[in-house]
Design a protein around this ligand. Structure first.
Ligand code: ADP
Ligand code: MG
Length: 401
């Protein structure tokens, strides 16, 4: 039985220490957070616990440090932003489970919040060895002491069998946070047999190989699968078109041929693309038909006719899932496709879900209204794995505890 944060609050947390696994893996430019969406998503759970008088110890990771402390991957910017949003100071421990963490936790009073340093500074966090991870999880549990509880609220990491996500839930009474619950509820709607139709899925991003499993899992369920982004060129190549210097996964061409045959009219590819002579914001650009990409030019966005065609499908849909930008939206000349598709989804009456780290960042960076979507998922890999029908270890362990 899955116990929830609300169950824990009913039990009472005043004076208890609660370890919260959050997802604070934000994009940084130096020590400036460029998109604080994940920090904001972590706030409600932490605030509820603090308001109820818990001593809240948050654990999270940032990037991929190599299993040892590295100031470039410090959670300091996240601690500061979290403090601003919670309107109370958040102490950042000097380390993960050593002396710094111990003294920080010992210094907490009821209702205060501390953040442990990047949990991936300890190599055991991501170890493939169950015993190593188990030992580290026991140290995390010991840090918060007897009587403590664990709240799993980092949806972006629940697909990882890692110590602070999976193993620690076996060491402490474990509860699902509100973010994890709401994400799962939304994703269940997208995989339900009685999904509201027409059901359209828009996929983009860089690689077909990253999204192959989700394409295969969703194809039988959807009415339309619209493909843009870097991955569309492998499909266009599978149709026999030349794609110039565009992103191409040669070893996936046969797989894409198979998918095109299986999908028939369900799968819609771009009619036109924006091509550039180099991969740069100040490149020369042109819009060309998808079957007329000049040699050596790179397709970096879908074209306006494609946006229109996609928008028509999206306008009629009752359920929409979108993952992966339609172009290299980070550069202004190649952002129109992503913006056009996002606006079409925003305008539609459909139940609409955006999944994927870069897609969610695109919505915010392009200044699109976040509330025009029904849900913006905080977890890229986790939401895709859920839609693929995989068991997510971080949720499975909560269901078993
Ligand atoms: P998400 O994180 O939303 O799942 P991905 O990580 O799969 O998305 O892909 C995002 C990246 O794909 C972006 O950085 C974007 O620049 C890139 N991309 C989109 N279209 C193209 C393209 N035509 N050529 C090269 N890269 C592309
Ligand atoms: Mg990504």
């Amino acid at each position: 039985m899955l116990k929830t944060l609300d169950d824990l609050l009913k039990e009472g947390v005043s004076g208890r220490t609660v370890l919260v696994r959050a997802d604070l893996n934000v994009p940084l430019d130096g020590d400036r957070i460029t998109d604080d969406g994940r920090v904001r998503a972590a706030v409600p759970g932490i605030a509820k616990l603090a308001e109820a008088g818990a001593r809240v110890v948050v654990t999270a990771h940032l990037g991929r440090p190599k299993g040892k402390p590295d100031p470039a991957f410090s959670l300091a910017p996240a601690a500061e932003r979290l403090g601003e949003l919670l309107e109370q100071s958040v102490v950042l421990a000097a380390d993960v489970v050593s002396e710094g963490a111990k003294s920080t936790v010992a210094g907490l009073s009821d209702g205060q919040v501390a953040l442990l340093e990047n949990v991936r500074f300890d190599p055991r966090e991501t170890s493939k060895d169950d015993q190593e991870r188990g030992e580290f999880a026991r140290e995390l549990a010991a840090l918060v002491g007897p009587g403590a509880a664990f709240v799993s609220d980092g949806f972006g990491v629940v697909h990882r069998k890692q110590a602070s996500v999976y193993d620690v839930a076996r060491e402490l009474p474990a509860y699902a946070g509100g973010l994890v619950l709401s994400e799962v509820e939304v994703l269940r709607k997208l995989t339900a047999d009685d999904v509201d139709r027409p059901y359209a899925v828009v996929l983009g991003g860089s690689k077909v190989s990253d999204k192959l499993a989700v394409i295969e899992a969703l194809l039988p369920k959807v009415d339309k699968l619209l493909v843009g982004g870097g991955m569309c060129f492998t499909f266009l190549a599978a149709q026999g078109y030349s794609v110039g210097g565009s992103l191409l996964e040669e070893d996936m061409v046969d797989t894409c041929k198979g998918l095109l045959a299986e999908a028939g009219e369900k799968l819609v590819l771009p009619q036109d693309v924006v091509v550039a002579d180099t991969f740069a914001a100040d490149a020369q650009t042109r819009t060309v038909a998808a079957d007329a990409i000049p040699d050596e030019w790179l397709g970096l966005d879908i074209g306006p006719r494609t946006v229109e065609a996609f928008a028509e499908v999206l306008g009629e849909a009752r359920t929409v899932f979108w993952n992966g930008p339609m172009g290299v939206f980070e550069m202004a000349p190649f952002a129109a496709g992503t913006r056009g598709v996002a606006e079409a989804i925003g305008k539609s009456e459909a139940f609409s879900v955006v999944g994927g780290g870069d897609s969610a960042a695109a919505v915010r960076q392009l200044g699109l209204a976040e509330d025009s979507f029904s849900h913006i998922s905080t977890g890229g890999g986790a939401s895709l794995e859920f839609l693929e029908g995989k068991t997510l270890p971080g949720i499975d362990v909560l269901e078993r505890s």
